[in-house]
Design a protein around this ligand. Structure first.
Ligand code: PLP
Ligand code: COI
Length: 337
């Protein structure tokens, strides 16, 4: 028996994963697998030259048992953009949808019950599989979709977290791959994440890689702040365009907040009323403290026990739409039947 309300954000085996192979310039048939491992050529381009991209989206079970997907088309689009950035083929939206719906059909019982705070996390993944020695693009690719029921990304759920400004490394370069979802960005962030955890912080907060003057994003999520009834989030070419953040910007505007997507200078940190991380895994996680190790100064927001009022309102509206409790006026939800 799965204890749905105590699920961590982690991998759990399910009934099936879905696969499709690209070869000779075309995508093949969609196939269903129970095997959790992949056999690869040791010279596969994903292993040496990082030809790998992925996505993250969720399926939610509503109070009426309806299963909803949130803006999956945006994940499909972003996956194609990521793939193309590193020389891999586009994924047709119809193929993405076919794989997604086949995955849900085979794993419906793993979509957590309503009211447990859990959801089904879906992880599409594409890798170059041709064995090659010279630096070049593979001509063959494997596209896999698997899923796992998950609880909150940060172990205390929706409780505020502390983050530490990362000064010793960058996750992305100014003209690098920070704006797409490729494995290399995450590899570059592993050490800083480990150091952040060792020092008692939930994640590293990256600065713009060129000038180190502005906030970029957290390792696994975008950054936002709130002051004077304004939702403020970084404009940067080295951060991922978060679908959650785009949605929060729209929801903030809908409730009469001003929305600013612009550079956020470090000097502005003391002026914010609320701060937070947002993403599919992180949902809306408030930040109660940002520590800057160079200045040895901490900026604090709200209380470690509670969400700021405006973050809370945005969180409730977003999650309400995802679970079907709040009307989906933007047409963001697709019902899985
Ligand atoms: N930034 C990074 C680096 C991420 O890995 C993610 C997660 O996908 C996000 C932001 C949030 O993006 P989204 O809201 O589309 O999940
Ligand atoms: C997501 O939010 O979907 C992500 O991919 C972030 C990841 C680090 C778990």
């Amino acid at each position: 028996m799965i204890d749905w309300s105590k699920l961590p954000f982690g991998y759990m085996p399910t009934h099936a994963n879905i696969r499709c192979i690209y070869t000779n310039g075309t995508w093949g048939d969609v196939t269903v697998h129970t095997e959790e491992t992949i056999t690869l050529h040791m010279a596969a381009t994903c292993l040496h030259y990082g030809q790998e991209c992925f996505e993250g989206l969720k399926a939610y079970r509503g109070n009426d048992n309806t299963i909803r997907l949130f803006r999956w088309q945006e994940n499909a689009k972003r996956m194609s953009k990521s793939a193309q950035r590193i020389g891999m083929p586009e994924i047709p939206q119809e193929l993405f949808k076919d794989m997604l719906f086949t995955l849900l059909k085979h794993n419906t019982e793993f979509i957590p019950p309503y009211g447990t705070g859990a959801s089904l996390y879906i992880r599409p993944l594409m890798i170059g599989i041709e064995g090659k020695l010279g630096l070049n693009a593979s001509t063959e690719y494997l596209f896999v979709m698997f899923c796992s029921p998950v609880g909150p990304y940060y172990k205390d759920g929706c409780k505020p977290v502390k983050v530490i400004i990362e000064r010793d490394s960058d996750r992305a370069a100014p003209l690098g791959t920070g704006n797409v979802k490729v494995g290399g960005n995450y590899a570059a962030a592993v050490n800083a994440t480990l150091r952040a955890h060792q020092q008692g912080y939930s994640s590293a907060l990256y600065l713009d890689p060129k000038e180190k003057k502005y906030i970029d994003e957290c390792g696994p999520a975008n950054f936002f702040a709130i002051k004077n009834n304004t939702y403020i989030t970084p404009q940067s070419s080295s951060i991922l365009e978060s679908i959650t953040n785009l949605s929060l910007m729209k929801l903030a505007a809908n409730i009469g907040m001003k929305v600013e997507q612009r550079n956020i200078s470090l000097d502005e940190l003391p002026t914010f009323e609320e701060a937070g991380q947002c993403g599919t895994a992180a949902v809306v996680t408030p930040i109660c403290e940002i520590y800057d190790p160079i200045e040895n100064v901490s900026y604090t927001y709200g209380s470690p026990e509670s969400l700021g009022a405006q973050s809370m309102k945005l969180y409730n509206t977003l999650v309400g739409i995802q679970y079907g409790d709040v009307e989906d006026t933007e047409g963001w939800v697709t019902v899985f039947k």
